[in-house]
Ligand binder design. Sequence first.
Ligand code: ZN
Length: 257
Amino acid sequence: MNHHDDHALASTGGNSGDDIDRRLHGSDDDQAWADLLAPTRRRFLRATGLAAGGLGLSGLAHAADAEASSKAALGDPAFRAIVPPRDSGTSPWGERTALEPATRPASVRPRDGASGLPDTPRPYTDIRSYHAHVYFDEDTYAKAARLRQWVIERFPVELGNWNLEPRGPHVTPSFYFGFTNDLLPVVVPWLQLNSLGLTILLHPNSDDPRADHLYYTLWVNRSQPVNAYGMKRPGEPGAPPIEKILPNIVPTRPLET
Ligand code: ZN
């Protein structure tokens, strides 16, 4: 179907050649857009109840005609207002939210970095292992499956389950594999070249899983939210032990080099 056919099918008036030609090349559509975007005209359209359905260019052309037949439009049950009537009542948040103080939220930074700069760097040897969390959705799961297969053929990792729903701090479907520190110089460049465009979170496992997820992260491609704010800080009651990696995969292929 070409461009002209598309428009001819979309228009609803008498489809004379002149009519179509005017819609495609004349100024009627331009005027309809200008009218719709002008504040005074918008108020008028709202008052007359512009039809919500079929709001293509032909719909706009009808809108331009509405001024001349506003009385008919108001009485036409086929017209439905785009803007619904305002609800009555009061906000569930009350009427005084504007008076709330601006309070500093709890920091995601670890330890003394919670307020101000730390005095010394953390030893990198605090990192015991790594997790790679591969995120996907209903449109990208096939890429995730391909990447997962590639990984388990090549790396001695601890492979987790398919998570088809948010789990823990991960807000979209995901799977994870854990690996030991010695693999990091290979896994990072390998994932850079083989991510298939998926968003991948790489986080270390230190004694502070909350900071591991919120503050110590590496990302392949775009990052996405990680809801680890509820995780315990080190020393808090219920804080978990440091994550261990117990590989459950034996590679079957040599790594391409
Ligand atoms: Zn993890």
